[in-house]
Design a protein around this ligand. Structure first.
Ligand SMILES: *Cc1c(COP(=O)(O)O)cnc(C)c1O
Length: 379
């Protein structure tokens, strides 16, 4: 089955009791048993919920995995993956990470004796020298946030596999429409479904997808034992969002390209970060592992003062100034003070994340209107 068909049909069956074509929102905490232990596979809603089950099956199918495990947010999904580890274990992570991921690693799990190394993995061969007997997990994000760097998933996977280390890929930015890390050898895919999967800026949700049965069992154990489960209404919203992922992503890609090329040609714009440019340092890898380049763009102005950036940030009307990304509407953000404020300034600057960097999540509006909005704000 091809992706567009899977997005609409995977995991979803007409409701057996009514024939409802849409999976009902099973807003219940428990399930009645005919006799002790005599039940229909559902005992208590932290452990199992039919709406969540449908979504978990859909997620597994669209990432070409065997198991989907859902959580109350993207960071709750990350939290569950980290709980696979024990004190003394080491993690090698790519250095240009979502701010909240950096924070949970350094402020929460470091305290429990897990050690982290943050490494620029744009050259995947670098990975080898950081792996040792204590390394249990490699964590990458690609494209990276907000610098839109590309990391070679297959190359990282080959190195990690040789050492028996798990590779986790945060696939939030690409979505399964553009990239399937499990097909490239990753062991674990993590999503903030709050973004492109949900797609409508109306839900906070996270997911982990794996192929391996034993790994899935451990993650389901953590999901149930720690309890960061999503509610059924949120699962319903993500399930609904997924059905139009291909149509939305196609437009995000088209609009993203038009906006990136407009910015690059603008005399007041300095650097434009978008992995679809032929001269992007890792464009070749992007072309190899992705089916398109998405709608996330970062840029700086020739006037690199904070003031100039703030004028653009407050000058747009269609691009709303807000954190988050991946919804149908366009957003503009300032990583240094918003999404990445939890990363120390020196750490940020090392990755090129300057105070004047502006990030766009290009939505699916008519692109002529989006370009006109930016033109007016940049001046
Ligand atoms: C938003 C985001 C997260 C965190 O997800 P939440 O749903 O906000 O908890 C993780 N990774 C990336 C790349 C994100 O954009």
């Amino acid at each position: 089955m091809k992706l567009g068909t899977k997005l609409i049909h995977a995991g979803v069956e007409p409701d057996p009791s009514t024939g409802a074509i849409m999976t009902p929102i099973f807003q219940t905490s428990t399930y009645v048993q005919a006799a002790p232990g005599d039940h229909k596979g559902y005992e208590y809603a932290r452990t199992q919920n039919p709406t969540r089950d449908a979504l978990q099956k859909a997620l597994a199918a669209i990432e070409n995995g065997n198991h989907g495990i859902c959580f109350g947010s993207g960071l709750a999904a990350t939290d569950a993956i980290m709980k696979l580890l024990a004190p003394g274990d080491e993690v090698v992570a790519s250095s240009d990470l979502y701010g909240g991921t950096f924070r949970i690693f350094t402020k929460v799990f470091a305290k429990y004796g897990i050690r982290f190394q943050f490494v620029d993995l744009q050259d995947a061969a670098q990975l080898k020298q950081y792996l040792n007997a204590a390394t249990k997990l490699v964590w990458i994000e690609t494209p990276t946030n907000p610098m839109l760097n590309i990391i070679d998933i297959a190359a990282c996977s080959a190195i990690a596999r040789e050492k028996g280390v798990l590779l986790a890929v945060d696939n939030t930015f690409a979505s399964p429409y553009l990239q399937n890390p499990l097909d490239l050898g990753a062991d674990i895919v993590v999503h903030s479904a709050t973004k492109y999967l949900g797609g409508h800026s109306d839900v906070v949700h996270g997911a982990v997808i794996v192929k391996d049965d034993a790994l899935a069992q451990q993650l389901a154990f953590i999901q149930n034992s720690c309890g960061a489960v999503p509610g059924p209404q949120d699962c319903f919203l993500v399930l609904r969002g997924i059905k139009t992922l291909h149509v939305r992503m196609q437009r995000h890609c088209e609009n993203g390209e038009a906006v990136a090329r407009f910015l690059r040609a603008h005399p007041k714009v300095d650097k434009v970060y978008w992995c679809g440019f032929e001269d992007h340092p890792n464009h070749g890898i992007a072309k190899k592992q992705m089916r398109g380049f998405g709608g996330m763009i970062s840029f700086t102005l020739k006037d690199d003062s904070m003031d100039a950036a703030l004028r653009v940030l407050s000058g747009t009307r269609l691009f709303s100034l807000a954190e988050s990304l991946g919804g149908v509407e366009s957003l503009i953000g300032h990583p240094a003070s918003m999404t990445h404020a939890s990363i120390p300034r020196e750490e940020r600057l090392k990755n090129g994340l300057t105070d004047s960097l502006i990030r766009l999540s290009v939505g699916i509006e008519d692109v002529e209107d989006l370009v006109a909005d930016l033109k007016k704000a940049i001046g």
